[in-house]
Design a protein around this ligand. Sequence first.
Ligand SMILES: Nc1ncnc2c1ncn2[C@@H]1O[C@H](COP(=O)(O)OP(=O)(O)OP(=O)(O)O)[C@@H](O)[C@H]1O
Length: 286
Amino acid sequence: MRIEVEDLHVAYAGRTVVAGARLIAAAGEITGLIGPNGSGKSTLLRTVYRHLRPVEGRVLLDGTDILTMAPSRSARHIAALPQERGGDFELTVREVVAMGRTPYKRAFAGEDATDRDIVARALRDVGMGGHAGRRFTALSGGERQRVLLARAFTQDPDVLVLDEPTNHLDIRHQVELLTLLRSGRRTTLVSLHDLNAAASVCDRLHVLHAGAVVASGPPREVLTPPLLADVFGVRAAVVDHPLTGDPLIAIDHRAPADDETAGTAGTAGTSTTHSGRPHLVDGPSG
Ligand SMILES: Nc1ncnc2c1ncn2[C@@H]1O[C@H](COP(=O)(O)OP(=O)(O)OP(=O)(O)O)[C@@H](O)[C@H]1O
């Protein structure tokens, strides 16, 4: 199924932080959302998984406004790994993961054998099969994350929305999680801070800056040195990864981009929302 975000405006207490964002997450593709701190990635994703309501604009699931769907129906289609990885579940790992089956159950209906199989498989998929009986609150940050990802899998969603899923994970578990996403062939909308991970795993990227999407396209077209300087404020070269051939962003960690570096070249080939190099919008008003 496909997600379309149309002219989305989202505010907290009257302060607009997503201001006219538009993007498409195509069916079966991995769509990445990247952008600096505070650019509105989590806010946009929260609106897609119905944690927030937009002030203006719509989120469409295969053409239907998600707000017109019963919550249990949209929950059967869209599952989320939110950034809030809650520490207050006084439940076992297994019980937390089984919560993912709720949208499929009638009120007070118990678990059946199919539910139990799905939960066990999801726990195995995230490498937590041996931890089913542990208390969720006793897990490390990375372990909790994997458990919550398993909970999202048990929802058997058409669309997975993941907010910084590699946060807290060690490098091996990051690679495993990204491999799992690639093998899933679900519509996936994922925010990532690691630009190299985004370049490897995403079919398309959308760059959020000050609440608006300023560039969209395949990673190689979007992740150009001028964009990295303009939007992220870093100096970088983009080379071919020696093992995979994916774009590899080599960042100069010694100093940020100065004003002259930013925007000195065009971003030809990038499908920006404006012609030429990405247009940096003013901060959203509020
Ligand atoms: N619950 C909230 N209440 C009020 N303001 C919020 C809330 N959550 C986020 N904001 C503000 O909204 C803006 C966008 O935040 P958001 O978390 O969406 O950005 P982000 O791109 O996900 O950032 P990061 O990369 O730091 O996670 C920021 O200015 C932030 O301070």
